[in-house]
Design a protein around this ligand. Structure first.
Ligand code: GDP
Length: 470
């Protein structure tokens, strides 16, 4: 929309010029966007986040203060090759340390302690979508990618995608050849097929480590984790635990009982209960912290995931957290909120001026106003849908793409986001989650109690859209 190039042209160019097979709903990372825009004569500029350049936050650590830190691992691979099983196995058994009571809750990341006092942090959302989404926000938290390839299926399209994502990010791969328990497993074929994609395993004289595993039976898992540790030794991962904490939000939501809850992976320093932090657009004091076993913890060092309580709002995945004095944190949060509001206003007014719409009309294309309607009873939802659809004119078509009874939920908002729709609630309200997603995806939610009001407001919005440009 911003560069006025139809989506299919972008998709075509991505394929032709970058060799990327993408769909309209797919996120690209910054480097890909940069290359793609270049094809159309535009330059991509990363938006600077206010306060991100604070000297005290990015101050380099002294060599002498750095200590070895655990690796952070993301699991990728083709669908059904066993990513979830692998993460679940490690989570449930806590493989080696055998600590009683596996990790049962999902908070977006967990860490396991291994013998010899070492540990590994796992990002608990497998696949490259989450990985790319984080990178798109400028958050590069993964040190090592475990590439899961099923030995009965070998290299498949998403295996190749995962390889290119990891390579793009400059993150080393450790291969888990999975499902070796199956009778038709052929680990050798996997290794040979990987060669074709530039992944040369140690067995072939290369430097990519691998382990034959069965995530289901737990075979070879110790070896896999050992290889991950070996790989991370090569990377010489280090951090300074004795400084203010810096971290990245992995996942966040509004909890009915606890309020805003964010899972933060501490990337440097140590985060403590009582610390004042700025996190995305919010500032606050850490009221409590919980580990992946829902146990309270007082502090979290480098590469430790931890749930934090005490923020006044829900930050976004990929947002940075920095511990700092309260007044400074508050100032940064307020400025970020103001800048965000201003940005929204700019986007909104661009939407309403909608040169796009007049352009579409000029091209003889029909403009379409998409709506998602939720109400308390089916009858009124039906009545409201009909009334709104009847507002359609020759130029602007009003289309209800989804309607239903009940609170506006997350999936309504996601649908609205992907189809550029407005969500209308009649005698119903959005859930906390829906509100969070709407804020993040910039989806407009409008609530009404009277049908007439809803109709009038949509009508005047349409007239506003149609009024001639100044
Ligand atoms: P994902 O889509 O990559 O997350 O794959 P899942 O972890 O959901 O696994 C897909 C299917 O493969 C499930 O039915 C698993 O039970 C099965 N599976 C995963 N690992 C193994 C394994 O090591 N051996 C066997 N036989 N089946 C497995």
């Amino acid at each position: 929309e911003l560069i006025d190039v139809p989506a299919n042209q972008l998709i075509g160019s991505a394929f032709k010029n970058l060799g990327l097979m993408v769909t309209i709903n797919q996120r690209l990372d910054f480097d890909q966007i940069e290359l793609l825009l270049d094809e159309f004569g535009f330059e991509a500029v990363r938006e600077e986040e206010y306060g991100a350049d604070m000297e005290e936050a990015v101050e380099a650590d002294l060599e002498a203060d750095l200590q070895t830190r655990p690796p952070v691992v993301t699991v990728m691979g083709h669908v059904d090759h066993g990513k979830t099983s692998l993460l679940d196995y490690i989570r449930k058994t806590n493989v080696i340390a055998g600590e009683s009571g596996g990790i049962t809750q999902h908070i977006g990341a967990y860490h396991v302690e291994l013998p010899g006092g070492r540990s590994i942090a796992f990002l608990d959302t497998p696949g490259h979508a989450a990985f790319t989404a984080m990178r798109a926000r400028g958050a590069e938290v993964t040190d090592v990618v475990i590439l899961v390839v099923a030995a009965d299926d070998s290299v498949m399209p998403q295996t190749i995608e995962a390889i290119s994502h990891a390579r793009n990010a400059g993150v080393p791969i450790v291969v888990a050849v999975n499902k070796v328990d199956l009778p038709d497993a052929n680990p050798m074929k996997v290794k040979q097929d990987l060669l074709q994609h530039g992944i040369v395993l140690e067995d072939f004289g290369g430097d990519v480590m691998s382990a034959d595993v069965s995530a289901k039976r737990g075979l070879g898992m110790d070896e896999l984790l050992e290889k991950v540790l070996l790989q991370s030794d090569i990377l010489e991962l280090r951090a300074n635990p004795d400084r203010e904490a810096v971290g990245t939000v992995i996942e966040a939501q509004l909890d009915v009982g606890k309020g805003p809850v964010a899972t933060v992976l501490v990337t440097n320093g140590t985060l403590r209960v009582g610390d004042h932090v700025v996190c995305g657009m919010y500032s606050g004091r850490i009221r409590a912290m919980l580990d992946e076993r829902n146990r309270p913890v007082a502090k979290a060092g480098p590469a430790t995931p931890v749930q934090i309580l005490g923020l006044p709002g829900v930050p976004g995945a990929g947002d940075q957290l920095i511990a700092m004095p309260a007044d400074r944190a508050a100032e940064i949060a307020q400025t970020r909120q103001r800048l965000e509001r201003e940005k929204r206003m700019r986007i909104k007014s661009r939407g309403v001026k909608l040169t796009d719409l007049s352009k579409m009309l000029a091209r003889g294309e029909q403009a379409q106003l998409n709506l998602v309607i939720k109400g308390d009873v089916d009858g009124s939802v039906q009545a409201l849908s009909d009334a709104l659809e009847q507002l359609s004119t020759g130029e602007v078509r009003v289309q209800v793409i989804h309607r239903g009874v009940g609170a506006i939920n997350e999936s309504d908002v996601l649908l609205a986001s992907t189809s550029t729709a407005i969500v209308i609630g009649f005698h119903v309200r959005p859930t906390g989650e829906a509100r969070t997603v709407a804020e993040r995806e910039d989806v407009d939610i409008r609530l009404y109690n009277i049908i007439y009001e809803a109709v009038e407001e949509v009508r005047s919005a349409m007239e506003g859209l149609l009024s001639p440009e100044e």
